[in-house]
Design a protein around this ligand. Structure first.
Ligand SMILES: Cc1cc2nc3c(=O)[nH]c(=O)nc-3n(C[C@H](O)[C@H](O)[C@H](O)COP(=O)(O)OP(=O)(O)OC[C@H]3O[C@@H](n4cnc5c(N)ncnc54)[C@H](O)[C@@H]3O)c2cc1C
Length: 468
């Protein structure tokens, strides 16, 4: 599809729709919206629009659809697969003005929110009313709930509470042609027709622009306990993960960090943090939560006994709120720490949980074969390993040409294990060339036809998910 460049007439039309101050063409704003948190990628938009109402989004979409102008929706720009990058220029639709929590329905355990609310702020407002919305990406302090819905995000608590899709009941969205629809109903069960809501969750801004979200909530949990378990062997740490579930326990978080991950994070946030003897190769960060403290202590004791089947260092039980915060900060900052260290590429592999040790070994073996160093960490309880491939001394030539081959080999092995390419970061721009490993032509054909139904002119977030 040949898209049209934006003209001064378009800019004045956008100004009529939104008001001058929400039509941004200055270098600073264009630069801000030219990147997200994916590697060091930059793609300049021609204009940034900041609509404030669903009617304004609709007017912009209708206008751009009629004139073949590409539109890329943007949340907080924390994405890790380049979903918010305007790779073909055009409009970035910046959703930051959609920041109202519209209705907390305590009786029905639901909230209706706009998509530009920061996830942690939403969680805090709900918590103050005794309500709990569990999905908590490590970026929760900055990402938007609309971005989370678009990516079907996970996070540490997914292991016990599930991911975003498990909480979305209904979505208001603007279609590329400007029509506005709700996808479902505000009910806990729904067997009425195709499930458009779940189709839109995780669609990475390619089917419509989300303008309202209805989420299911649960009662707030009162207590949690946290421990950090050091392992002499990273493979053992991965093996220990499944033992916990086989023994009948479901932690509220079960995170894996290779030695480098924790060490780099400690250095990055300049935290004395914890003692890290040279023989320790990996850690598990394990949280349990619930309403009965005695039960949680018993669970922690049982889990630490399971850990003793392996060669571990001294287990650290966080004994204060501050210590818990410190341990979580170390885990949450790993991504940023890696980024500050070297050019890197992040993969988001996921396999059936029991195969996690094999996944780690495969990553390391492929790394040796192709000459790359990786720092691995992630949501071990979900079988979800973030593989940060470090450029370090790799030549530009190898980085450009050899690394994609290595990633293909890795992904093929992941899929052969019954796993897939991305557990939570999405496909977006940077993983689309690997989709043929996860899906055959028939499956990809169905997905492309779905895209065509929603967006026949292909103006919404073009060049994402599919190679063509
Ligand atoms: C340090 C760090 C830690 C992270 N940890 C996690 C983690 O633990 N788990 C996890 O799942 N992810 C994690 N992420 C990735 C990222 O934070 C999530 O993907 C998040 O959901 C993106 O939200 P956002 O608001 O920043 O969206 P953006 O990056 O702005 O956009 C993401 C996608 O959503 C689309 N989009 C955004 N808003 C809308 C809308 N209103 N309508 C339609 N489409 C829209 C965009 O077009 C794009 O395709 C992490 C990222 C960082 C930087």
């Amino acid at each position: 599809m040949a898209f049209r460049k934006i003209t001064p007439q378009d800019i004045s039309q956008f100004s009529n729709m939104l008001g001058d101050r929400y039509v941004l063409t200055d270098a600073e704003q264009l630069e801000r919206c030219s990147h997200d948190e994916t590697e060091d990628l930059r793609h300049m938009p021609e204009v940034v629009l900041q609509p404030g109402t669903v009617e304004e989004v609709s007017a912009v979409m209708r206008y751009c659809n009629d004139r073949l102008i590409p539109v890329t929706p943007r949340g907080a720009g924390t994405g890790l697969s380049g979903g918010a990058l305007p790779v073909l220029g055009g409009v970035v639709l910046d959703m930051k003005r959609f920041k109202k929590i519209l209705k907390v329905d305590k009786e029905n355990f639901q909230v209706t929110t706009e998509p530009g609310v920061i996830t942690q702020e939403l969680q805090e407002v709900l918590k103050s009313q005794g309500l709990f919305y569990p999905p908590d990406p490590a970026s929760k302090g900055s990402c938007f709930i609309g971005g989370n819905v678009s990516e079907n995000s996970g996070g540490p608590r997914a292991v016990k509470y599930g991911v975003v899709k498990d909480y979305v009941l209904n979505i208001e969205m603007v279609l590329p042609n400007g029509d506005v629809i709700w996808t479902g109903a505000n009910v806990l069960k729904n067997a009425t027709g195709y499930n458009l809501t779940q189709l839109v969750v995780g669609s990475e801004g390619t089917l419509g622009v989300i303008t309202k979200i209805v989420l299911r909530l649960i009662p707030a949990v009162t207590h949690d306990l946290l421990m950090l378990v050091p392992f002499y062997s990273a493979t053992d740490a991965c093996k220990a993960v499944n033992d916990i579930f086989l023994a009948g326990y479901t932690p509220s978080a079960l995170e894996f960090m290779e030695r480098d991950a924790l060490e780099w994070s400690m250095r990055y946030i300049q935290s004395a943090g914890i003692d890290l003897p040279p023989e320790i190769q990996a850690h598990l960060l394990i949280e349990v939560d619930g309403n009965r403290l005695e039960q949680l202590f018993e669970d922690m004791e049982a889990i630490s006994a399971i850990m003793q089947r392996y060669k571990t260092g001294e287990i650290l039980f966080a004994d204060s709120h501050e210590q818990k915060q410190m341990l979580w900060a170390l885990r949450r900052k790993v991504g940023e720490a890696v980024k500050s260290n070297s050019v890197y590429k992040e993969e988001d592999t996921v396999v059936p949980r029991a195969l996690l040790p094999r996944l780690l070994e495969t990553v390391k073996r492929v790394g040796q074969e192709y000459g790359f160093h990786s720092v691995c960490y992630g949501h071990a309880g979900d079988g979800n390993l973030h593989v940060n491939i470090i450029k370090a001394n790799m030549s530009d030539e190898d980085w450009q040409n050899k690394l994609p081959q290595a990633i293909r080999v890795l992904f093929r092995e992941v899929v052969a294990m019954g796993g897939t390419l991305s557990g939570e970061h999405g496909i977006g721009f940077v993983q689309k060339s690997y989709m043929d490993i996860a899906f055959n032509d028939i499956q990809l054909g169905i997905m492309k036809k779905i895209k065509d139904v929603f967006d026949p002119k292909g103006i919404l977030n073009p060049a994402k998910i599919f190679v063509n």
